[in-house]
Design a protein around this ligand. Structure first.
Ligand code: HEC
Length: 223
């Protein structure tokens, strides 16, 4: 599947905003009704993030399952990736380590107009944080490594996201064995995914020293 990535990203964000906006409107409405309820006020604010917060707990259990599948499927074959397991794992990204200290403007995604956060699972945080884009040292990510970049909407709420997942050795030479996904990561609904997303590959492949990964400048990282 070869697609121009920037267009879907923009469409996706537009679609996400369509999805997000009515929710916000509904919240306002609920808030009014909530005034009569004792818990109405708090419930509205906590409620929305709560949907996302609940999922990460499930996601923590998945990495182990996901790692096993690609290897288990292919005896000696390069094997594939278990896309459903990756998406389930990625849905829990908000329980991972937030790399950047503050949301930042992406240098690439959505034509450099996306405000983003980068999340990695705890066991990957040291390796990811060690990448200094200004002075990249060679690093290679192990099979099962997963990174999520979260795109925020104008209100700072997650609107969409992109996923990189490292498949087994030989999984996809043309993509550095990475599997790519983009869409509603929190909701587990991707607009496109696979080893051959040309847009993602075009931008990320020049990062040869750091295994196709850009990294976040150390000065912008959480301590
Ligand atoms: C126009 C160039 C460009 C395109 C296209 C692009 N990226 Fe990126 N990507 C970047 C840059 C630059 C960064 C570094 C952080 C930043 O500035 O946003 C990045 C960071 C990331 C990260 C965080 C890990 C890292 O590299 O530090 C993920 C995950 C990611 N991109 C996934 C994707 C996926 C999936 C696609 C395709 C749907 C994609 N990207 C398409 C430029 C691009």
């Amino acid at each position: 599947m070869r697609i121009n990535t920037s267009t879907p990203l923009i469409l996706l964000c537009a679609a996400a905003m369509l999805l997000v906006a009515p929710t916000a409107c509904t919240d306002d409405g609920t808030g009014d009704t909530g005034d009569t309820d004792t818990s109405g006020g708090d419930g509205d604010g906590d409620g929305d993030p709560g949907d996302g917060d609940g999922d990460p707990g499930d996601g923590d259990g998945d990495p182990g399952d996901g790692d096993g599948d690609p290897t288990g499927d292919g005896d000696g074959d390069p094997g594939g990736v278990d896309e459903a397991a990756i998406i389930a794992e990625a849905m829990g990204y908000q329980s991972w380590v937030l790399i950047n200290a503050a949301p930042f403007m992406s240098a690439g995604h959505d034509g450099g107009m996306a405000t983003v956060n980068v999340w990695v699972p705890p066991d990957l945080a040291a390796q990811y944080k060690a990448i200094d884009p200004a002075n990249p040292m060679a690093t290679e990510f192990a099979e099962g490594s997963i990174i999520v970049k979260e795109h925020l909407d104008d209100m700072g709420m997650p609107a969409a996201g992109t996923i990189m997942y490292k498949g087994p050795p030989g999984y996809s030479e043309g993509s550095g064995d990475w599997w790519w996904g983009m869409g509603n990561v929190l909701g587990g609904e991707l607009a496109s995914s696979g080893p051959d997303l040309a847009g993602c590959i075009g931008c990320h492949s020049p990062q040869t020293t750091t295994d196709w990964v850009f990294g976040v400048p150390p000065a912008d990282q959480n301590p």
